[in-house]
Design a protein around this ligand. Structure first.
Ligand code: FAD
Ligand code: NA7
Length: 453
């Protein structure tokens, strides 16, 4: 049997960790696996779930990766992102509510990773600076920097490179006329850390997606003044609680006065851009670089994973899709990628790969609204599951559809609902305090207390 492939994995967030987990599973089963070196620029695993108070740059002067806020709770039910081989019930030993705070989800993720003992594969505080594909030797040269010692390390060679650096870390920050005259604070949601920073202040949010939705609620929950969200394409259309309203996009700013497309104006103290993120791979040459807007199926990736424009099927991306399924999607994609890299799954010829991509892009074109999007991503996940012969049913579309309806019914209380796990069969319990009034989101308070303090 030929030796193991030597794989460079970039990033130890949930996607990268899923690759390490799946590779370890092959190893434990005595099957052919890969020799993986995972480079992680932060000092801990977890990616975005590794909370940081920092904004702008990190302690080494590199772009600060983390954009989660202090009081973030899951915006989808945990039953939708649960690993079938490691359920929430397995981890906590009891039922917990369906919408956990950030710390509780991170604890769950770490429980699975710790069990697999894969930490040793990660070189922390080590950033990938450059990747090249060597055509003559059909392999890659990877250059990294040891951030702790400010030292460039000797280049290393790998048979495969897997990019798992996420795509929600570098802000998309548009400009608006007159914004330089604004007298308050202007920031991007990537730098939003706590709703309580805006107590009593009038807030304008630009954007109409997940960040705008949740930051509007966070600000009101933590005592901000009035919140206005403004949309470019369409309003979110929720039945907002008192103090939140939606307007069409702003057209210009003059001092603290905001002008909107519908001719109205408003005075605000803070502007938060909830305008999403850009795909940013400063360490990749153009031939290997994915260029896309946020999409459920970025073009140029076979099965959403294998880069078609360079790297001879040995250059892979994980979780570049826009996300409904998150952890479960990362995991099945990682399992698929692992099976390909280790030779357990053969790729079809290039023509078939291209026509498979074209088939998905055609379907993508026809989507109309969130329920279609959920069905599309479900099909994507199930397709990968079928390819690797996954024994679990990963289809949680019905739960996602219910979640969308719960949000439509009441954006304030949707996190108070309970869902039933498809994998453990257990129902979540009702949290002791409604989300809008729950200020202590420590793991102990969330998991171990059954009634309001
Ligand atoms: P990331 O988590 O971004 O991890 C990428 C890793 O790559 C990081 O550790 C980073 O340090 C490392 N890295 C980057 N560049 C380099 C380099 N050059 N060299 C070495 N290492 C590098 N998902 C949910 O399921 N539920 C939620 O409630 C939820 N809330 C969210 C809230 C916010 C504000 C944001 C931004 C995202 C949220 N998400 C949520 C989605 C989130 O993207 C995923 O849960 C998940 O973190 C994606 O994992 P990842 O491994 O692909 O990327
Ligand atoms: P998204 O989901 O990518 O949404 C970005 C939003 O920003 C969306 O409403 C866009 O409007 C809007 N946008 C983008 N550019 C502009 C400009 N130039 N002007 C006005 N509005 C603009 O990002 P999110 O941060 O909400 O969510 C990303 C992840 O972070 C997600 O996983 C969350 O859980 C947290 P559009 O609809 O395209 O007109």
């Amino acid at each position: 049997m030929a030796g193991n492939q030597r794989v460079c994995l970039i990033g130890a967030g949930p996607s990268g960790m899923s690759f390490l987990y799946q590779n370890n599973k092959l190893k434990a089963a005595g099957k052919k696996c890969a020799d993986v070196v995972c480079y992680e620029k932060q000092s801990n695993w977890g990616g975005l779930w590794n909370f940081t108070w920092r904004t702008g740059v990190d302690e080494h002067g590199e772009l600060c990766h983390g954009g989660m806020y202090r009081d973030l709770w899951s915006n989808g039910p945990k039953e939708c992102l649960e690993f079938p081989d490691y359920t929430f019930h397995d981890h906590f030993g009891k039922s917990i509510p369906s919408f956990p705070p950030r710390t509780v989800l991170f604890d769950y993720l770490q429980g699975r990773w710790n069990k697999a003992k894969i930490r040793d594969c990660i070189r922390f505080n080590t950033i990938v600076k450059h990747v090249t594909y060597n055509k003559t030797t059909d392999d890659f040269t990877v250059t990294v920097k040891d951030l702790t010692n400010d030292q460039d390390l000797p280049p290393e060679r790998f048979s495969h490179v897997i990019v798992a650096t996420g795509h929600f870390s570098v802000p998309n920050f548009p400009d608006f006329e007159g914004i330089d005259t604004f007298r308050g604070r202007v920031l991007h949601s990537h730098d939003f850390r706590r709703g309580s920073d805006f107590k009593g202040q009038r807030v304008l949010l630009v954007g109409s997606s997940y960040s705008a939705e949740d930051i509007a609620m966070q600000c009101r929950k933590m005592g901000s003044g009035k919140v206005i969200t403004c949309y470019r394409t369409k309003p979110m259309g929720f039945r907002w609680p008192e103090g939140i309203e939606e307007r069409p996009l702003l057209t210009k700013v003059d001092g603290n006065t905001i002008y909107f497309k519908d001719g109205t104006t408003a005075e605000v103290d803070v502007i938060i851009f909830c305008t999403g993120y850009i795909y940013h791979f400063p360490y990749l040459p153009e031939s290997l670089r994915l260029k896309t807007n946020t999409s459920l199926y970025p073009a140029g990736l076979y099965k959403g994973t294998i880069w078609m424009e360079g790297g001879n099927n040995k250059f892979l991306y994980l979780s570049m899709q826009d996300q409904y399924y998150s952890f479960t999607m990362f995991d099945i994609q990682a399992e698929w990628a692992c099976a390909v890299v280790c030779g357990h799954l053969k790729l079809p010829n290039r023509k078939e790969m291209e026509s498979d991509i074209a088939k998905w892009l055609k379907k993508l074109d026809l989507l109309n609204g969130c329920f279609d999007d959920i069905a599309f991503q479900t099909e994507f996940v199930l397709d990968l599951a079928k390819e690797v012969g996954c024994k679990y049913n990963l289809d949680v579309a019905a739960l996602y559809n219910r979640w969308e309806n719960d949000k439509r019914a009441n954006i304030v209380t949707y996190r108070d609902q309970v869902y039933t796990s498809a994998h453990s069969g257990k129902q979540g319990i009702v949290h002791h305090t409604p989300w809008f009034k729950a200020y202590d989101d420590s793991l102990d308070t969330f998991v171990n207390q059954t009634q309001n303090k």
